[in-house]
Structure formats: structure tokens, C-alpha cells
Design a protein around this ligand. Sequence first.
Ligand code: ZN
Length: 256
Amino acid sequence: MSSDMDPPARMAKGLLRGAADFLWPQRSLVSGQRGAGKGPLSAAEFAAIGFLSDPVCDACGRPMEIDLGPDTHCAACIARPPRWDRARAAIIYDAASRRIILDLKRSGRRDGLSTMTGWMHRAGAPLIAQADLIVPVPLHYTRLVRRGFNQSAWLAQGIARRAGVACHVHLVKRRRRTPTQGGLSARARRRNVAGAFAISKRAAALVRDRRVLLVDDVLTTGATVSACARALKQAGARQVDVLVLARVVRETDLTI
Ligand SMILES: [Zn+2]
């Protein structure tokens, strides 16, 4: 067995890891069970997650049934092109992944962040490679103060760290507090967030003629990222790509 560490160092590391498991026993990201196995997901939970890989629609990241080559758009994107340029999602939002998303979004559970940003980094590799800067979908400041965290900012920061790209968490502002999108129809969601995002003149200087990667946790109808992308393009962004942890693929999962 080859190892860079000498035996005492390896033993010390093993002891530390054991102590960490005792103090902060790992909980499964899916079941919430403690000590369900080494790592954030059991093998069965991992197998149940729908990882998205090519072929996907280049515009919205939705899986395509047939591989028609790169830059292919799905029928929905041809009929109604999105306001952003390209989008990718790491996993499908469904019964198998719901807990991962809700624990992050509602409870602010952070211990799966490195796993999640790893998945996003892989799914969004071509987008990340072209990004000049990374920005998260923001919360309104009153909501941020009340909740104390923005999970999309955590994801954006994690990806930016991995990629060595600048991340500007407060570049896009949410200028009005919009009711939650959960349970709304696609049209109601669009109306709900229309004009909700703004970029100050000072911040626009960072965006002008740049390729921006917009990060969010979940893509449902795309109304929120669409409103954000519009604000970024109005501020002069040359390209706005979207990278999310999970996306809804079936209408029946449109509950978040
Ligand atoms: Zn599409």
C-alpha cells in the first residue's frame, strides 16, 4: 500500500477522524440518519439520485432523450428562448433529492455543501470555464436578516473557490420582498419576480462586457433566474449562464 504519510501521522489522522465522527457524526443528506455509513450518502441513496449529464438542452439543462450533438435546444427553449444563455443542473429535483434541497434551503444545513458544489462543478464545467465572475441569486435583505443565510450564496462561494473565479455575493440586489414562489403557476411566478432585481451603477462596472455565472439552488420554472439574468444583461453583461444544484424535470415536482 502506498501512502505519503508515515505510520504515526496516519494513526494520528485516523484518531482525529474518529473523534470528529464522534463529535459530529455524519448524517445522511437524504435520510437524515446518523452514522448511516461513511460519507454523506449511502450507496443506495447515491444510486437513487438522478444525476444530469449529456445529452441535455444547452439552454435549460433539461435532459434530452436523443443526443443531437452539442448546442442543441429542447422544443420548449426553441419556442420560448430563455433570457439567459446556457443552463446546467447537477441533479434532478424529485422525491430522492428533495430532502437534500429542503435541508439546505430551509434549515441551512451546511455539511453537504462540499459534496453539492462538487456535483455542480462537474455538471457546469463548460460554463465555469468561461465565467469571468460568479454571482448568486440574492435574497431580499429583510429575509436574509431573518434567516441569517442565503444558500445560493454558499453554493456560489463554494464553486468560486473550487474554480478560482471571483464571486460577488452582493452584486445583484433584490429590491423588493417577493412572496415565496412555492405552489405558484409558471405565469404567477414570472409576475411575482418581474423587476425584482437590480444592479447598482457601481456594480454594473463589474458586469459590463463580462461573462457572468448565476448560481441558484433549484430551477423550477426559471422565473427567478430569468428576472436576475435580465437585470444582469441590462447592466451590460455579455453572457449570463445559469448553474443550479437541482432542477425540476417533471411538472408534478413543481411544488418547491
Ligand atoms: Zn431547453
